[in-house]
Write a protein that binds this ligand. Structure first.
Ligand SMILES: NC(=O)c1ccc[n+]([C@@H]2O[C@H](COP(=O)([O-])OP(=O)(O)OC[C@H]3O[C@@H](n4cnc5c(N)ncnc54)[C@H](O)[C@@H]3O)[C@@H](O)[C@H]2O)c1
Length: 357
């Protein structure tokens, strides 16, 4: 078992990574004594695939457990789902001695973390991420929340889990598109923080796509280590944590202009390549390095070009109203090497237009 630590002092927590860990969660929770009873929150698909497994693992060690579900998909990540779940928790008599288990992808993790933060002014929760994206990104760092009609993730809070349990075996069930979504974030870590890890990804591309357990575990552990370091340095995204938005500013505009028909990870891949053109224009990044990043994304089967039919003017508008823009000015995370980036809002309109072209 690999064990990492998110060193946030009194809110510190471990990340455990092991193939087959799902069936050991009961024992782990028993040892850690986080709560006297647990409520698993999962979407319908994940509940069907793994819900019974986790319930059994807790029952085997005599921990009381219930399972609550909601319909899968981003469409459920809203206040109405949270309201329904708060009522269900109250009806089950859940109190502050109890804890939630977020079993699923980023949607489940974000909903459950937010629910845990607000139910009875805060109860404990643990993360059991089942998509690659959730394992390498959303389950670590404590960002929780939901969407409102005016925008994605506009309501939420920072609330850290007590523990993260990662079982790489669950990825075998993951549809190919969901795997790609996570791989875009994996490549991101190499570019923003660790050139050696980027080289590892290039060298092991085929093994990763074949989901070879040892390689996948190494990749997930490395991404979690980077995310934990960044979060410990800047929990509330005042400074360093903003580097995690590499490719996301332009990516969000692509996602929104496509009316969310282009999935998040695909849009981030396109966004990384587009923002690299700005870095090259500003003579921060060499064209050869930009090409290497594009090659590795394409090697994984990720898209690298903004579809011709997306409205560029609309995308520019989305950039101005992006929730991370300040005074209508978006910021960009620009690579200067593979493994090092800078953050800049000093990007001329003409360069943004060229990147969107
Ligand atoms: N909190 C954060 O720091 C953070 C970071 C990045 C993204 N996010 C959020 O994460 C969400 C996206 O997460 P996601 O991509 O995991 O989406 P998701 O949770 O909707 O999961 C994608 C789909 O995969 C299915 N699924 C999950 N695990 C499976 C498995 N092992 N096998 C088969 N199917 C499985 C789910 O039922 C779902 O249909 C977005 O809402 C985004 O805003 C949050």
């Amino acid at each position: 078992m690999k064990q990492l630590q998110v060193g946030l002092e009194e809110r510190a927590y471990p990340i455990l990574i092991k193939e087959g860990l799902l069936s050991e969660i009961g024992q782990e929770l028993k040892q850690r004594q986080i709560a006297k009873r647990y409520i698993i929150i999962a979407d319908d698909q994940v509940a069907e695939l793994f819900g019974g497994h986790v319930v059994e693992s807790l029952r085997n060690v005599d921990i009381p457990v219930d399972l609550l579900t909601f319909p899968h998909g981003e469409g459920s990540k809203n206040l109405s789902t949270v309201a329904k779940l708060t009522s269900s928790l109250a009806q089950l008599g859940v109190d502050r001695q109890d804890a939630l288990i977020a079993l699923g992808g980023g949607v489940t993790g974000d909903i459950t973390g937010f629910l845990a933060a607000i139910y009875m002014r805060g109860i404990s929760f643990v993360q059991v991420p089942t998509t690659l994206l959730a394992q390498v990104d959303s389950s670590v760092g404590g960002k929780t929340g939901v969407d409102i009609p005016e925008g994605k993730n506009l309501v939420g809070c920072f609330y850290q889990p007590k523990c993260v349990f990662i079982d790489s075996a669950v990825l075998k069930e993951l549809p190919a598109e969901e795997l790609l979504n996570g791989l875009a974030e994996v490549v991101k870590y190499g570019v923003i923080y660790d050139g050696d890890f980027f080289n590892f990804l290039v060298a092991h591309q085929k093994n990763i796509l074949r989901l070879e357990p040892a390689v996948i575990e190494a990749v997930v552990a490395h991404c979690c280590t980077i995310k934990a370091q960044v979060v410990v340095a800047d929990e509330r995204e005042a400074d360093l944590r903003r580097i995690l938005n590499y490719g996301h500013t332009l990516g969000h505009a692509v996602e929104a202009a496509s009316d969310f028909t282009i999935a998040h990870g695909m849009a981030v891949s396109i966004g990384m390549v587009a923002v690299n053109t700005i870095a090259v224009k500003k003579s921060l990044l060499s064209p050869e390095k930009a090409q290497r990043i594009k090659d590795v994304l394409q090697g994984f089967g990720l898209p690298v070009e903004i579809p011709a039919d997306l409205d560029r003017r609309q995308m520019k508008e989305f950039l101005k109203t992006d929730k991370k823009s300040v005074g209508g000015k978006p910021f960009f995370v620009l690579p200067v090497q593979i493994g090092k980036v800078i953050i800049s809002d000093d990007v001329e309109d003409i360069m943004i237009e060229e990147a969107l072209a």
